[in-house]
Design a protein around this ligand. Structure first.
Ligand SMILES: [Zn+2]
Length: 337
C-alpha cells in the first residue's frame, strides 16, 4: 500500500513539474509543421555566437518578452509587438533589407545595444521564475498572435520604429537627438507618465568623480609641500565649483540637452548622458559648492514610442492602434507578406 502511495506521489511530481520543464527545455526540438509557410528570421545570438533560424512570430515573442515588462497592459504589449515586428521587417534580407551590419549572415542580432533584445525560453524562466513563466509567456503570445503579421509603414516604406522606456510626457523630434529629420518621428505630448518609474531621477556627483567621468577640469587646485613633524607632506588645496562651472548652452524646445559646457570643455547631451550613466539627456543642473545635482526627466533617447506611455495610454482605454498612431506620426498599418 505504502509503495502505491510513493509511486503515486512520484508520478504526480513528474507530471506537474517534469513534463512542463521538459516542454520548456525541448520546445525548440519539436517539429513545427505549421511553420513551413512562415517567414523565417536568421537571428545572431550575441551571447553564444550561434546563428538560429526561427519563425518571425516566435522571434517577435522573444523580443516583446525582453524589451517590455510582461506585467504591462495587453494593448501596450500589442503595440510593442508591432514595433518589434516592424523593426525586424525593415532588416529582413528576403524583403530587401540589409540585415544586421555587424553579422553579415544574420537578419538581426539579439544585442539590445545594436539591434533589439531577444530572450530564449530558458532565459525567460530565469528572468520571470518558473511559476510566472507560463502566465507571462501566454500573455505575450496572445498579444503577438492578435497582431500577427502587422507592421507600420510611412509612404509605403517600412518605418524604423524606435522606442524608449519613458518620454517624461513629451517625445523628441528625431533631428533634436540624431540630427536626421524623420517625418514620422515627431515630438508629441501626452501627460501619461507622471508618477511612473523613471519619470524623474536625481543624481549627485562630487567634483573629483565628475572630472574623472567626464574627462574635464572643473576647479583650480594648488599644490604645496609642508613639513609637519619633520615629514614632508604634499598638500592639495581644491577650489569649489562655482555657478559658471557648468552651463547648458543649447537644448531642444522639449528640454533635450544638445550642448553643455563643463569648465572649458563642451560636450553633447548624449555624451554626458552616456558618461555619467544618466537616464536621459533631458536634464537640469544645479551647482552646489562641492557637488553637482543633475535631475533627469524620462528614460532613454525620448524618440518614438514611449513604453511607459503606451502602458499608461492602454490603462486609460486606448487600443494598440491609438497608441502607435500617437507615437508614430502619420504612419499606416500594413501586413508583412
Ligand atoms: Zn545587430
Amino acid at each position: 500500500m505504502r509503495r502505491v502511495v510513493m509511486w503515486s506521489i512520484a508520478l504526480y511530481l513528474a507530471a506537474t513539474i517534469g513534463v512542463p520543464l521538459a516542454v520548456v527545455k525541448f520546445w525548440h526540438l519539436i517539429p513545427y509543421w505549421h511553420r513551413h509557410d512562415s517567414i523565417q528570421v536568421a537571428v545572431y545570438m550575441h551571447e553564444t555566437g550561434a546563428l538560429d533560424r526561427m519563425d518571425l512570430e516566435e522571434y517577435v515573442r522573444g523580443v516583446v518578452a525582453a524589451e517590455m515588462p510582461a506585467g504591462f497592459h495587453q494593448e501596450s504589449l500589442k503595440a510593442q509587438a508591432i514595433a518589434a515586428r516592424t523593426y525586424v521587417a525593415g532588416r529582413l534580407k528576403r524583403q530587401g533589407g540589409k540585415g544586421c551590419d555587424r553579422h553579415p549572415d544574420a537578419d538581426i542580432c539579439t544585442d539590445p545595444a545594436h539591434c533589439q533584445g531577444w530572450l530564449s525560453d530558458d532565459e525567460l524562466v530565469d528572468k520571470w521564475g518558473y511559476l510566472n513563466y507560463f502566465t507571462y509567456k501566454r500573455k505575450i503570445a496572445e498579444a503577438v498572435d492578435a497582431t500577427k503579421g502587422i507592421i507600420l509603414t510611412y509612404d509605403g516604406a517600412v518605418i524604423d520604429p524606435v522606442y524608449h522606456a519613458n518620454s517624461g510626457g513629451v517625445t523628441e523630434n528625431s533631428e533634436d537627438v540624431w540630427s536626421v529629420r524623420i517625418p514620422y518621428l515627431r515630438s508629441v505630448r501626452g501627460d501619461f507618465e507622471l508618477g511612473t518609474p523613471h519619470y524623474r531621477n536625481s543624481y549627485s556627483f562630487g567634483v573629483l568623480e565628475l572630472e574623472s567621468m567626464l574627462g574635464v577640469d572643473l576647479v583650480d587646485r594648488s599644490e604645496s609641500v609642508e613639513v609637519i613633524d619633520g615629514h614632508e607632506i604634499k598638500v592639495v588645496v581644491q577650489g569649489n565649483l562655482s555657478a559658471d562651472s557648468v552651463e547648458i548652452l543649447d537644448r531642444s524646445e522639449n528640454g533635450h540637452v544638445r550642448l553643455v559646457r563643463f569648465g572649458e570643455a563642451v560636450l553633447t547631451g548624449p555624451e554626458v548622458r552616456q558618461r555619467l550613466g544618466l537616464s536621459s539627456a533631458r536634464f537640469t543642473v544645479e551647482v552646489l559648492s562641492d557637488q553637482l545635482i543633475i535631475t533627469t526627466i524620462g528614460y532613454g533617447h525620448g524618440v518614438g514610442l514611449s513604453q511607459y506611455g503606451a502602458n499608461a495610454m492602454a490603462s486609460l482605454g486606448n487600443d494598440y492602434r491609438a497608441i502607435l498612431l500617437h507615437y508614430y506620426t502619420g504612419v499606416q498599418f500594413a501586413r508583412l507578406i
